[in-house]
Structure formats: C-alpha cells, structure tokens
Design a protein around this ligand. Structure first.
Ligand code: ATP
Length: 242
C-alpha cells in the first residue's frame, strides 16, 4: 500500500526567497515522524503546504495515494489532515466544550446538537479534560490549553496530525504528559508529523526524523542516527547536544 503521506519534490518560493527546496519524504500509517531544523529552515512552510494554507510552487503531496496538494484547506481537512499551531488559539469567550463544539460544527463532519455534545466530551476525555467542558477557557493552565487545542484538532477525526511545536513551553512534568498524549494519538491509529525542538520528546516519540536546513533536507533516517549526523550537529544541535 502507498505511504500514508508522501511528499515529493516540494518547493515554495516567497518572492526572492526559496523557503522550501526540493523536499521529499513520507510518513507511513501510524508513524510519528519528527520534522526538525533550526529556526527559519522551512518546517512550518512544509506544514502549511500539507494543510493547504500555502500553495506549493512545485511538487506533489499525496495522502494514501490521493493528491491533496493544491486542494483548498477544507478539502484537505476532509481527507483527514488536522493541525495544531505554534501559538494556542482558543476562543476565549467560550467554554472548553464550546471551543470543541465550534470545531465539530464547522469541521469535517458538521456535528450539531446532543450528538455533538457527546462527541465533544469524548474528545475532551481522550485528551484528559473529561468532565471539564463547562470551564472557562481563560482559567485553563497552559497544558490544559494545549489539551483543548488537541481536542479541537481531533474533532475532525484526522488520520494525520500535524503538530507544530505543540510541546513547546511545557514544564518537565507537563512535557511527560504531552509525550504520553502523542503516544495515545499513535495508539489510536493516527499518523503524526511532529515539528519539535525538544530533543527528549523527539527521542521518546519518533523512530524516524527528517532534518531541514535552509529549505533543504540535510538528514533523514532513524532518530538516533540522524541526531548524531555531523551535518545535523553543525547546522542545528551544536556540540554537546547530540
Ligand atoms: N508568508 C511568508 N512570506 C515570506 N516569507 C516567509 C513566509 N513564511 C515563511 N517565510 C520565510 O520562509 C523561511 C522559512 O520559514 P518557516 O517558518 O517555514 O521556518 P521554520 O523552520 O518553521 O522556523 P521556526 O522553527 O522558527 O518556526 C523563513 O526565512 C521565513 O522568514
């Protein structure tokens, strides 16, 4: 069977800057793949092209053999792609459950009414916020905001989740909770493309990594091998971090 996500010769030009140059990699069914690299290396631009927020200048993206590059973001979501953002973006005037209900109502399957309430509670329970749907979003701790953001992404029943530095800013104990949650996603059959700078999390979650620098892939393979690659150490990790 074809790879779940296949990216082939992807390129993105912003005026005079080529932010992504000839990037190719894949994510298999149920796999968590790390997408690493220094700031400005093009990782978020790749995620934006997968989710449809940006049109590729060239190249192809397919999901289970279906070409999704150049589809509208809502169409790509219908094919089973969801994402989180670097900055948590809750709707602050709504409750926790209402935030998830908005995603259920306007997302892939358009759930409304009691059915949607049950589903919202199911998604909240999955991320560890069961029974807390009535709380005000403003009162949530940071890890709980992250949980809620994940519940919103799960509202579309994604097959592939794009996590853009979703673990950033967590305390060490919260980080373990976050890592366990990503493992739950994988356990539930989802594939994950994880953009992350926290190497402990990458080691814990990703059997395989892709490393970008200045728009190009500089290493690709098993995580431990990639993190010891002299080019990756020089461009990204620095001495003493590999
Ligand atoms: N909409 C845009 N218009 C012009 N340039 C952009 C745009 N989006 C990104 N860039 C540029 O493309 C390059 C890659 O940016 P990108 O955000 O993809 O990097 P990144 O690896 O995700 O970085 P970070 O780890 O800081 O999030 C950068 O030089 C950035 O300034």
């Amino acid at each position: 069977m074809s790879s779940h996500l296949q990216i082939t010769h992807l390129r993105k030009r912003f005026g005079g800057l080529v932010a992504v140059k000839d990037v190719s990699f894949d994510v298999a069914d149920g796999e968590v793949v790390g997408l690493l690299g220094p700031n400005g290396s093009g990782k978020t631009t790749v995620l934006n092209m997968i989710s449809g927020a940006l049109l590729p200048t060239a190249g192809e993206i397919t999901l289970r053999g279906v070409r999704i590059s150049r589809l509208r973001p809502d169409r790509i979501a219908r094919h089973g792609v969801a994402r989180t953002f670097q900055l948590v973006r809750p709707l602050p005037s709504l409750t926790v459950a209402e935030n998830v209900l908005v995603s259920l109502a306007f997302g892939r399957f358009k759930h409304w009414g009691p059915d949607a309430r049950d589903l919202a509670e199911e998604k909240l329970a999955f991320v560890g916020l069961g029974g807390r749907g009535g709380e005000n979003v403003a009162n949530l701790t940071y890890i709980d905001q992250k949980r809620m953001e994940l519940a919103r992404a799960l509202a579309s029943e994604p097959a592939l989740l794009l996590l853009d530095e979703w673990l950033a800013g967590l305390t060490p104990s919260e980080l373990q909770i976050g890592i366990d949650l990503v493992r739950r996603l994988q356990g539930a059959g989802m594939s994950v493309l994880l953009v992350e700078h926290i190497m402990d999390a990458v080691r814990a979650l990703c059997a395989r990594c892709v490393v970008m620098n200045a728009g190009e892939i500089i290493a690709h393979g098993p995580t431990e091998t990639v993190l010891k690659d002299p080019g990756v150490v020089a461009a990204y990790l620095g001495d003493g971090h590999a």
